[in-house]
Design a protein around this ligand. Structure first.
Ligand SMILES: Cc1ncc(COP(=O)(O)O)c(C=O)c1O
Length: 351
């Protein structure tokens, strides 16, 4: 077996095979792994293999904007399944699958980010994973598992991957080094049985992803990855605390959120009158960048007053300042929060 080639640098695939077994319970080998240019390319390859215009897929209602955009561009109908604090709701999924079947529609896949969901930060517990696999089998719909945040969990504990739990195949698993090492490297991977992997390899038109990055990663990761990750997550966790604390100070009860179990973002609900697409424009003009909810959800009305805040790259001080500016802009545009930094704003009664 050549160490370099379109499937990716062999030592990196061997590292991944060991890591996936240790962390996610996936028993795989280097020849079931395809290295791709970021997990975005993984999304493109899976979509190119499975989807055609007019198809239907199932997806978490609040989900990764890049996945949603791709489906819209491909003319694919995305059915959104609501989430709760434990990720995708299986009762809602069962209902959606039954309704689609009644209408003669078999969705092409169920796309899920089960381990630190984007944007909600939830982790699908093992019992729900069992239910999801059962439903997938019952309705003959494969699962597309996007695990790109799975390394960034505060307590390091995670249920096995769906790919590991599936007894009958039917799962494609993707991951990335973007969140654990660096997004600019553009190195992701697909784990799938060879029958599927070889079809995607044929669709990969770049004759293989950049080899240098893969070599650097393989050399770094084998001795250092395991000790690097806890340091990284400790830093991220501290930034999350700063962000939640500052949101509480600046927005009081106007900002509602559940504490994410890991990751790099917080999914926040503001009062009903706030339109986060408008807030996004006004905040950007004031130098603060937010992700408006409607771009991260299949249900634009539900997400109108929601937003995603990312805490990975700004410093603690930038997070404090950014949230304070956001609160000021939000108050100016929408009248909330009425109080800032626990101090009620004085209402001017005379000129
Ligand atoms: C859920 C999810 N999947 C895939 C990606 C793509 O990441 P990359 O192409 O950098 O691996 C992202 C990036 O934010 C993401 O959030």
């Amino acid at each position: 077996m050549a160490s370099s080639g379109p499937q990716g640098y062999l030592p990196l695939r061997e590292f991944l095979a060991k890591k996936l077994e240790r962390d996610a319970g996936i028993e795989t080998a280097a020849d079931e792994i395809l290295i791709v240019s970021g997990s975005l390319q993984a999304l493109d390859l899976v979509n190119a293999m499975l989807l055609a215009r007019g198809d239907t897929v199932i997806i978490e209602r609040d989900t990764y904007q890049g996945a949603l955009n791709r489906l819209t561009r491909a003319g694919v109908h995305a059915v959104g399944i609501p989430l709760d604090q434990d990720g995708m709701r299986m009762d809602a999924l069962a209902q959606a699958l039954a309704e689609l079947k009644h209408r003669g529609i078999t969705p092409k896949y169920i796309y899920t980010i089960p381990t630190v969901q984007n944007p909600t930060g939830t982790i699908l517990p093992e019992c729900r994973r069992v239910e999801l696999l059962n439903l997938s089998q019952q309705y003959g719909v494969p699962i597309f598992e996007d695990d790109c945040y799975a390394d960034l969990i505060w307590d390091g504990k995670r249920p096995p991957a769906l790919y590991a739990m599936s007894k009958n195949g039917g799962v494609i698993h993707i991951g990335s080094f973007s969140k654990s090492i660096a997004p600019a490297l553009r190195v992701g991977f697909i784990v799938a049985p060879w029958a599927a992997l070889s079809r995607m390899l044929a669709l990969k038109t770049d004759a293989g992803s950049g080899a240098l990055e893969q070599m650097v990663l393989a050399e770094y990761c084998a001795p250092h990855f395991a000790e690097h990750v806890p340091k990284l997550t400790r830093g991220l966790r501290a930034k999350l605390d700063t962000m939640m604390e500052t949101l509480n100070e600046q927005f009081g009860t106007s900002a509602e959120f559940d504490q994410p179990k890991g990751g790099i973002f917080l999914w926040v609900k503001l009062p009903d009158n706030v339109d986060t697409l408008k807030l996004y424009q006004a905040a950007l003009a004031a130098g603060v960048s937010i992700n408006p909810g409607p771009e991260w959800s299949t249900d634009k009305a539900y997400a109108r007053n929601r937003l995603r805040l990312c805490f990975a790259s700004p410093s603690h001080e930038q997070i404090r300042q950014g949230v304070a500016v956001l609160a000021e802009v939000c108050r100016r545009e929408f009248g909330v929060p009425a109080r800032i930094a626990n101090v009620e704003k004085r209402v001017r009664t005379s000129p």
